[in-house]
Design a protein around this ligand. Structure first.
Ligand code: SF4
Length: 381
Protein backbone atom coordinates (compact mmCIF):
# COMPACT_ATOMS: atom_id res chain seq x y z
CA UNK A 1 0.00 0.00 0.00
CA UNK A 2 2.71 2.46 -1.02
CA UNK A 3 2.30 5.05 -3.75
CA UNK A 4 5.11 7.31 -4.84
CA UNK A 5 5.24 10.70 -6.52
CA UNK A 6 7.35 13.82 -6.92
CA UNK A 7 6.50 17.08 -5.17
CA UNK A 8 8.80 19.99 -6.07
CA UNK A 9 12.33 18.90 -5.22
CA UNK A 10 11.12 16.03 -3.06
CA UNK A 11 10.46 12.34 -3.64
CA UNK A 12 7.36 11.29 -1.69
CA UNK A 13 6.22 7.83 -0.62
CA UNK A 14 2.69 7.64 0.70
CA UNK A 15 2.22 4.63 2.97
CA UNK A 16 -1.27 3.34 3.75
CA UNK A 17 -2.82 6.64 2.62
CA UNK A 18 -1.55 8.41 5.75
CA UNK A 19 2.20 8.36 6.28
CA UNK A 20 4.22 10.56 3.91
CA UNK A 21 7.91 9.77 3.78
CA UNK A 22 9.78 12.56 1.99
CA UNK A 23 13.36 12.85 0.72
CA UNK A 24 15.19 15.55 -1.16
CA UNK A 25 15.48 14.10 -4.66
CA UNK A 26 19.30 14.25 -4.82
CA UNK A 27 19.59 12.61 -1.40
CA UNK A 28 17.21 9.86 -2.45
CA UNK A 29 19.14 9.19 -5.66
CA UNK A 30 22.39 8.97 -3.67
CA UNK A 31 20.90 6.56 -1.15
CA UNK A 32 19.50 4.37 -3.91
CA UNK A 33 23.03 3.69 -5.13
CA UNK A 34 23.74 1.81 -1.88
CA UNK A 35 20.39 0.54 -0.64
CA UNK A 36 17.08 -0.83 -1.89
CA UNK A 37 14.03 1.41 -2.00
CA UNK A 38 12.49 -0.40 0.98
CA UNK A 39 15.67 0.03 3.03
CA UNK A 40 15.82 3.71 2.19
CA UNK A 41 12.19 4.30 3.21
CA UNK A 42 12.56 2.36 6.42
CA UNK A 43 16.01 3.21 7.71
CA UNK A 44 17.42 6.35 6.09
CA UNK A 45 17.65 9.21 8.55
CA UNK A 46 17.53 11.91 5.88
CA UNK A 47 13.76 11.67 5.58
CA UNK A 48 10.86 13.78 6.77
CA UNK A 49 7.77 11.91 7.91
CA UNK A 50 4.50 13.83 7.59
CA UNK A 51 0.81 13.26 8.20
CA UNK A 52 -0.72 13.23 4.73
CA UNK A 53 -3.86 15.17 5.72
CA UNK A 54 -2.28 17.85 7.92
CA UNK A 55 1.31 17.99 6.56
CA UNK A 56 2.62 18.17 10.11
CA UNK A 57 5.48 16.02 11.39
CA UNK A 58 4.18 12.57 12.24
CA UNK A 59 5.78 10.73 15.19
CA UNK A 60 5.42 6.97 15.49
CA UNK A 61 4.81 5.83 19.05
CA UNK A 62 5.71 2.20 19.73
CA UNK A 63 6.83 0.34 22.84
CA UNK A 64 10.43 0.92 21.72
CA UNK A 65 9.85 4.70 21.70
CA UNK A 66 9.28 4.41 25.46
CA UNK A 67 6.48 6.97 25.36
CA UNK A 68 3.71 5.86 27.75
CA UNK A 69 0.17 5.72 26.42
CA UNK A 70 -1.23 7.22 29.59
CA UNK A 71 -0.98 10.88 30.49
CA UNK A 72 -1.46 12.70 27.18
CA UNK A 73 -4.80 13.96 25.88
CA UNK A 74 -3.97 13.52 22.20
CA UNK A 75 -2.83 9.90 21.93
CA UNK A 76 -3.02 6.61 23.80
CA UNK A 77 -5.64 5.77 26.40
CA UNK A 78 -7.80 7.86 28.71
CA UNK A 79 -9.61 6.58 31.78
CA UNK A 80 -12.13 9.04 33.19
CA UNK A 81 -13.32 6.78 35.98
CA UNK A 82 -16.11 4.93 34.16
CA UNK A 83 -16.46 1.65 32.26
CA UNK A 84 -15.56 3.52 29.06
CA UNK A 85 -11.94 3.70 27.96
CA UNK A 86 -11.08 6.24 25.29
CA UNK A 87 -8.70 4.85 22.71
CA UNK A 88 -6.77 7.44 20.70
CA UNK A 89 -4.70 5.82 17.97
CA UNK A 90 -3.65 8.94 16.08
CA UNK A 91 -3.97 12.68 15.77
CA UNK A 92 -4.71 14.76 12.68
CA UNK A 93 -7.94 15.37 10.81
CA UNK A 94 -8.81 15.77 7.14
CA UNK A 95 -11.51 18.36 7.91
CA UNK A 96 -11.16 21.83 9.39
CA UNK A 97 -14.49 22.41 11.14
CA UNK A 98 -15.24 26.00 12.14
CA UNK A 99 -16.31 24.73 15.60
CA UNK A 100 -13.49 22.24 16.23
CA UNK A 101 -12.85 22.05 19.96
CA UNK A 102 -9.22 21.01 19.44
CA UNK A 103 -8.32 23.29 16.51
CA UNK A 104 -7.61 20.34 14.20
CA UNK A 105 -7.03 20.14 10.46
CA UNK A 106 -4.49 21.55 8.08
CA UNK A 107 -5.35 25.15 8.96
CA UNK A 108 -4.71 24.64 12.68
CA UNK A 109 -2.84 27.51 14.27
CA UNK A 110 -1.92 25.73 17.48
CA UNK A 111 -0.89 22.19 16.52
CA UNK A 112 2.69 21.48 15.56
CA UNK A 113 3.03 17.69 15.55
CA UNK A 114 0.95 14.60 14.93
CA UNK A 115 1.28 11.13 16.43
CA UNK A 116 0.38 7.61 15.44
CA UNK A 117 0.44 4.73 17.89
CA UNK A 118 1.57 1.23 17.02
CA UNK A 119 -1.54 -1.02 17.14
CA UNK A 120 0.13 -3.85 19.09
CA UNK A 121 1.38 -1.43 21.72
CA UNK A 122 -2.03 0.23 21.97
CA UNK A 123 -3.82 -3.09 22.36
CA UNK A 124 -1.36 -4.41 24.96
CA UNK A 125 -1.77 -1.29 27.09
CA UNK A 126 -5.55 -1.25 26.60
CA UNK A 127 -5.75 -4.83 27.86
CA UNK A 128 -3.90 -3.96 31.05
CA UNK A 129 -6.35 -1.16 31.85
CA UNK A 130 -9.38 -3.22 30.88
CA UNK A 131 -8.22 -6.00 33.19
CA UNK A 132 -7.78 -3.50 36.02
CA UNK A 133 -11.27 -2.08 35.50
CA UNK A 134 -13.12 -5.38 35.05
CA UNK A 135 -15.75 -6.63 32.58
CA UNK A 136 -18.40 -4.72 30.64
CA UNK A 137 -15.98 -2.19 29.16
CA UNK A 138 -16.77 0.07 26.23
CA UNK A 139 -13.70 0.82 24.11
CA UNK A 140 -14.43 4.14 22.45
CA UNK A 141 -12.11 5.15 19.62
CA UNK A 142 -11.92 8.91 19.27
CA UNK A 143 -9.37 11.66 19.50
CA UNK A 144 -8.06 14.90 18.10
CA UNK A 145 -8.34 13.23 14.73
CA UNK A 146 -10.45 11.39 12.20
CA UNK A 147 -10.00 7.84 13.56
CA UNK A 148 -10.68 6.18 10.19
CA UNK A 149 -7.44 7.71 8.90
CA UNK A 150 -5.65 5.23 11.17
CA UNK A 151 -4.10 2.70 8.80
CA UNK A 152 -4.58 -0.17 11.28
CA UNK A 153 -8.18 0.61 12.19
CA UNK A 154 -9.47 -2.87 11.37
CA UNK A 155 -6.74 -4.59 13.36
CA UNK A 156 -7.41 -2.24 16.27
CA UNK A 157 -11.19 -2.72 16.30
CA UNK A 158 -10.90 -6.52 16.10
CA UNK A 159 -8.22 -6.52 18.82
CA UNK A 160 -10.33 -4.40 21.15
CA UNK A 161 -13.36 -6.60 20.62
CA UNK A 162 -11.35 -9.76 21.22
CA UNK A 163 -10.32 -8.54 24.66
CA UNK A 164 -12.12 -10.44 27.41
CA UNK A 165 -13.32 -7.36 29.30
CA UNK A 166 -14.63 -5.51 26.23
CA UNK A 167 -18.36 -5.54 25.75
CA UNK A 168 -18.77 -2.69 23.27
CA UNK A 169 -16.50 -1.14 20.67
CA UNK A 170 -17.63 2.25 19.40
CA UNK A 171 -16.01 4.88 17.23
CA UNK A 172 -16.32 8.57 16.52
CA UNK A 173 -16.03 9.69 12.90
CA UNK A 174 -16.74 12.45 10.43
CA UNK A 175 -17.60 9.74 7.91
CA UNK A 176 -15.60 11.13 5.01
CA UNK A 177 -13.01 8.38 4.57
CA UNK A 178 -14.99 5.21 5.37
CA UNK A 179 -15.42 2.72 2.55
CA UNK A 180 -18.05 0.03 2.24
CA UNK A 181 -15.34 -2.62 2.45
CA UNK A 182 -14.25 -1.20 5.78
CA UNK A 183 -17.79 -1.39 7.14
CA UNK A 184 -18.16 -4.96 5.89
CA UNK A 185 -14.95 -6.04 7.54
CA UNK A 186 -15.74 -4.27 10.82
CA UNK A 187 -19.28 -5.59 11.10
CA UNK A 188 -18.42 -8.46 13.40
CA UNK A 189 -16.40 -6.36 15.88
CA UNK A 190 -17.70 -2.82 15.80
CA UNK A 191 -20.90 -2.14 17.74
CA UNK A 192 -21.61 1.54 17.14
CA UNK A 193 -20.52 4.40 14.92
CA UNK A 194 -21.07 7.96 16.17
CA UNK A 195 -21.20 9.90 12.92
CA UNK A 196 -21.12 13.67 12.96
CA UNK A 197 -23.29 15.25 10.28
CA UNK A 198 -24.08 18.90 10.91
CA UNK A 199 -25.68 20.02 7.63
CA UNK A 200 -27.59 18.46 4.75
CA UNK A 201 -27.09 21.49 2.54
CA UNK A 202 -23.92 21.15 0.43
CA UNK A 203 -22.77 24.79 0.50
CA UNK A 204 -23.41 25.11 4.22
CA UNK A 205 -21.59 21.82 4.88
CA UNK A 206 -18.53 23.14 2.99
CA UNK A 207 -18.59 26.22 5.17
CA UNK A 208 -19.03 24.33 8.44
CA UNK A 209 -16.39 21.71 7.68
CA UNK A 210 -13.89 24.19 6.22
CA UNK A 211 -13.13 22.01 3.18
CA UNK A 212 -14.91 20.71 0.07
CA UNK A 213 -17.08 18.26 1.99
CA UNK A 214 -18.21 15.00 0.33
CA UNK A 215 -21.81 15.31 1.55
CA UNK A 216 -23.32 12.69 -0.71
CA UNK A 217 -20.66 10.13 0.18
CA UNK A 218 -21.17 10.72 3.90
CA UNK A 219 -24.95 10.32 3.59
CA UNK A 220 -24.53 7.10 1.61
CA UNK A 221 -22.08 5.84 4.21
CA UNK A 222 -24.59 6.65 6.95
CA UNK A 223 -27.26 4.64 5.19
CA UNK A 224 -24.90 1.75 4.55
CA UNK A 225 -23.96 1.60 8.24
CA UNK A 226 -27.63 1.80 9.29
CA UNK A 227 -28.31 -1.22 7.09
CA UNK A 228 -25.41 -3.21 8.54
CA UNK A 229 -25.17 -4.94 11.91
CA UNK A 230 -23.36 -1.90 13.27
CA UNK A 231 -25.51 0.61 15.13
CA UNK A 232 -25.49 4.20 13.94
CA UNK A 233 -25.79 7.33 16.05
CA UNK A 234 -25.92 10.60 14.15
CA UNK A 235 -24.31 13.39 16.13
CA UNK A 236 -24.79 16.88 14.71
CA UNK A 237 -23.27 19.89 16.40
CA UNK A 238 -25.87 22.62 16.67
CA UNK A 239 -24.24 25.94 15.78
CA UNK A 240 -26.65 28.74 16.64
CA UNK A 241 -27.25 31.15 13.78
CA UNK A 242 -25.52 28.78 11.35
CA UNK A 243 -27.24 25.40 11.08
CA UNK A 244 -30.47 25.89 13.11
CA UNK A 245 -32.60 24.88 10.12
CA UNK A 246 -30.51 21.81 9.42
CA UNK A 247 -31.11 20.07 12.76
CA UNK A 248 -34.76 19.08 12.07
CA UNK A 249 -33.71 17.83 8.62
CA UNK A 250 -30.95 15.75 10.20
CA UNK A 251 -33.42 14.28 12.72
CA UNK A 252 -35.69 13.28 9.84
CA UNK A 253 -32.78 11.81 7.90
CA UNK A 254 -31.63 9.74 10.90
CA UNK A 255 -35.13 8.34 11.43
CA UNK A 256 -35.64 7.68 7.73
CA UNK A 257 -32.50 5.57 7.33
CA UNK A 258 -33.10 3.65 10.58
CA UNK A 259 -30.28 4.93 12.77
CA UNK A 260 -30.33 3.85 16.42
CA UNK A 261 -31.22 0.18 16.58
CA UNK A 262 -29.85 -0.51 20.07
CA UNK A 263 -28.83 2.95 21.23
CA UNK A 264 -30.40 6.37 20.55
CA UNK A 265 -30.48 7.42 16.89
CA UNK A 266 -29.32 10.96 17.57
CA UNK A 267 -26.88 12.70 19.84
CA UNK A 268 -27.35 16.41 19.16
CA UNK A 269 -24.39 18.28 20.63
CA UNK A 270 -24.35 21.80 21.91
CA UNK A 271 -21.59 23.99 20.55
CA UNK A 272 -19.31 24.89 23.46
CA UNK A 273 -16.29 27.17 23.00
CA UNK A 274 -13.25 25.41 24.47
CA UNK A 275 -9.89 26.81 25.46
CA UNK A 276 -7.63 26.06 22.52
CA UNK A 277 -10.59 25.34 20.22
CA UNK A 278 -12.13 27.42 17.41
CA UNK A 279 -14.57 30.06 18.56
CA UNK A 280 -17.91 31.06 17.06
CA UNK A 281 -19.79 34.26 17.75
CA UNK A 282 -23.07 32.81 19.02
CA UNK A 283 -23.30 30.46 21.96
CA UNK A 284 -26.62 29.11 23.21
CA UNK A 285 -27.51 28.69 26.88
CA UNK A 286 -28.00 25.16 28.18
CA UNK A 287 -31.54 26.09 29.13
CA UNK A 288 -32.54 27.08 25.56
CA UNK A 289 -30.68 24.08 24.15
CA UNK A 290 -32.49 21.53 26.33
CA UNK A 291 -35.87 23.20 25.94
CA UNK A 292 -35.57 23.06 22.12
CA UNK A 293 -34.49 19.40 22.31
CA UNK A 294 -37.59 18.68 24.41
CA UNK A 295 -39.80 20.27 21.76
CA UNK A 296 -38.19 18.23 19.00
CA UNK A 297 -38.54 15.09 21.10
CA UNK A 298 -42.28 15.65 21.18
CA UNK A 299 -42.52 16.64 17.54
CA UNK A 300 -40.58 13.66 16.20
CA UNK A 301 -41.24 11.11 18.96
CA UNK A 302 -37.53 10.41 19.33
CA UNK A 303 -35.24 10.52 22.33
CA UNK A 304 -32.90 13.51 22.17
CA UNK A 305 -32.08 14.29 25.79
CA UNK A 306 -29.40 11.76 26.56
CA UNK A 307 -27.46 10.74 29.62
CA UNK A 308 -24.49 8.39 30.10
CA UNK A 309 -26.99 5.74 31.32
CA UNK A 310 -28.49 5.56 27.80
CA UNK A 311 -25.14 4.15 26.72
CA UNK A 312 -24.64 1.86 29.72
CA UNK A 313 -21.88 4.08 31.13
CA UNK A 314 -21.35 3.67 34.86
CA UNK A 315 -18.74 4.69 37.41
CA UNK A 316 -15.74 2.40 37.83
CA UNK A 317 -12.54 2.53 39.81
CA UNK A 318 -9.97 4.56 37.97
CA UNK A 319 -6.27 4.03 37.51
CA UNK A 320 -4.46 5.76 40.36
CA UNK A 321 -3.14 9.21 39.48
CA UNK A 322 0.61 8.95 40.06
CA UNK A 323 1.47 12.64 39.83
CA UNK A 324 0.00 15.50 41.83
CA UNK A 325 -0.39 19.16 41.19
CA UNK A 326 2.49 21.16 42.64
CA UNK A 327 5.02 18.29 42.55
CA UNK A 328 8.38 19.10 40.96
CA UNK A 329 10.25 16.70 38.68
CA UNK A 330 13.35 16.63 36.56
CA UNK A 331 13.13 14.55 33.39
CA UNK A 332 14.53 14.22 29.90
CA UNK A 333 12.36 15.59 27.12
CA UNK A 334 11.42 12.47 25.19
CA UNK A 335 9.62 13.98 22.22
CA UNK A 336 8.40 17.22 20.72
CA UNK A 337 4.92 18.18 21.88
CA UNK A 338 1.58 18.43 20.19
CA UNK A 339 1.35 22.23 20.27
CA UNK A 340 3.87 25.03 19.85
CA UNK A 341 5.97 25.47 22.99
CA UNK A 342 5.04 22.01 24.28
CA UNK A 343 7.29 19.00 24.82
CA UNK A 344 6.63 15.52 26.17
CA UNK A 345 8.51 14.18 29.19
CA UNK A 346 8.08 10.83 30.92
CA UNK A 347 7.63 10.51 34.68
CA UNK A 348 6.56 7.36 36.57
CA UNK A 349 5.30 5.72 33.40
CA UNK A 350 3.15 8.69 32.40
CA UNK A 351 3.52 11.08 29.47
CA UNK A 352 3.52 14.68 30.69
CA UNK A 353 3.07 17.72 28.47
CA UNK A 354 5.64 20.29 29.58
CA UNK A 355 5.62 23.93 28.53
CA UNK A 356 9.25 24.70 27.78
CA UNK A 357 11.47 26.02 25.03
CA UNK A 358 14.09 23.29 25.62
CA UNK A 359 14.80 20.77 22.88
CA UNK A 360 14.00 17.04 22.92
CA UNK A 361 16.88 15.13 24.48
CA UNK A 362 17.67 17.79 27.06
CA UNK A 363 16.68 17.68 30.71
CA UNK A 364 13.97 19.92 32.14
CA UNK A 365 12.84 20.75 35.65
CA UNK A 366 9.12 21.36 35.88
CA UNK A 367 6.19 21.67 38.21
CA UNK A 368 2.94 19.82 37.59
CA UNK A 369 0.32 22.52 37.02
CA UNK A 370 -2.71 20.50 35.99
CA UNK A 371 -3.99 16.98 36.64
CA UNK A 372 -7.32 15.91 35.18
CA UNK A 373 -8.50 12.38 34.42
CA UNK A 374 -4.92 11.14 34.37
CA UNK A 375 -3.82 13.81 31.88
CA UNK A 376 -0.83 15.83 33.04
CA UNK A 377 0.45 19.30 32.28
CA UNK A 378 3.67 20.81 33.62
CA UNK A 379 5.61 24.03 33.29
CA UNK A 380 9.36 24.52 33.31
CA UNK A 381 10.72 26.18 36.44
S1 SF4 B 1 -14.00 16.35 12.27
FE1 SF4 B 1 -13.71 16.59 14.47
S2 SF4 B 1 -11.47 16.64 14.78
FE2 SF4 B 1 -11.87 16.98 12.61
S3 SF4 B 1 -11.84 19.21 12.42
FE3 SF4 B 1 -13.98 18.54 12.68
S4 SF4 B 1 -14.39 18.69 14.88
FE4 SF4 B 1 -12.16 18.77 14.59
Amino acid sequence: MITEYDAGNEKVFLIRRLIEVRFRKETYEELLKKYSKEQVIQFAEEKRVLHHATKRNLHYISRESQIPLLGHAAFGLIDRGTNLIQVRPLTGCNLCCIFCSVDEGRESRTKKNDYIVDPDYLLEEYRKIAEFKGGGIEAHIDGQAEPFLYPYIEELVHGLKNTRETEIVSIQTNGTVISRDMIDSLEKSLDRVNLSISALDGALADRIYGVKYPLRKVLETAEYIANSRIDLLIAPVWLPGINDHEIPKIIEFALEIGAGKRWPALGIQKYIPYRGGRKLRHVMSFRSFYSRLREWEQEYGVKLLLSPKDFGIEKRRRLPSLLRKGEVYFARIAMDGRGYGERIAVVKGRAVTVITGKKPGSGVRFVITRVKDGIYLGEEI
